[in-house]
Design a binder for this molecule. Structure first.
Ligand SMILES: N[C@@H](CCC(=O)N[C@@H](CS)C(=O)NCC(=O)O)C(=O)O
Length: 211
């Protein structure tokens, strides 16, 4: 059986975990925190990060986007959570890039505070990172606002895609770790989409741990 390594508090890991459950790909988990155990991180991944997906033969894949690409290839076009061609495929991958870009900026803003001595935190840089994250959230909200109200559609229309999974895990992670980025009422369409996604069994199967 494949093994997914990383905690659900890592949104990059969580989006892979949710996708594996949505696609019924059997897997076990190793809930590694690379903050707590950086040596294990470096043993599994040359750049010491999670997620890592260990395949049945021991091959290890790194980078959530690359892991998701492998999984979509594994399940094939009929089940894939990324449209196969054209504008829909482009839009899906761009929206995923915005979501993971938000995460990159927010995670760096967190590290700025948590991984530096207090006197070495550069607040203007942290604010710049938060502005970049906010730009991505506004773009996701604008896309979510094009959904027809309350009719159950997703970012790209009727079909749930990895763009939705990424957007929802992003908002949920920020609510716990950088609540100032996702205050009430700021991104209503994106919040509604997140609530809808988080109510699904595949999301509920991978709840965020407390930090
Ligand atoms: N681009 C990577 C980002 C992975 C990442 O930054 N993971 C974090 C956990 S949320 C990590 O392992 N951080 C440890 C570090 O960078 O030192 C991906 O999508 O997999």
């Amino acid at each position: 059986m494949m093994k997914l390594i990383g905690r659900n508090l890592s949104p990059y890991t969580r989006r892979v975990a949710v996708a594996m459950t949505l696609l019924d790909v059997p897997h076990s988990r190793e809930y590694l925190s690379v903050t707590a155990d950086p040596e294990r991180g470096l043993e599994l991944n040359p750049v010491g990060r999670v997620p890592v997906l260990e395949l049945e033969d021991g091959e290890r894949l790194i980078e959530s986007a690359a892991i998701l690409d492998y999984l979509m290839d594994l399940v094939g076009p009929a089940k894939s959570l990324v449209p196969a061609h054209g504008k829909a495929r482009r839009d899906c991958i761009q929206l995923m890039a915005i979501g993971s870009g938000v995460l990159d900026k927010a995670v760096n803003a967190i590290y700025e505070v948590r991984r530096r001595p207090a006197e070495k935190v550069h607040e203007p840089w942290r604010q710049h990172l938060l502005r970049q994250a906010s730009g991505g959230l506004a773009a996701l909200d604008a896309q979510a606002a094009t959904r027809k109200p309350n009719d159950g559609t997703w970012l790209l229309g009727e079909q749930l895609s990895l763009a939705d999974v990424t957007a929802a895990v992003t908002v949920s992670f920020l609510r716990v770790m950088v609540p100032e980025l996702v205050t009430d009422g700021l991104y209503p369409a994106l919040y509604a989409l997140t609530e809808k996604a988080e109510a699904m069994p595949a999301f509920r199967a991978h709840p965020l741990e407390t930090p």
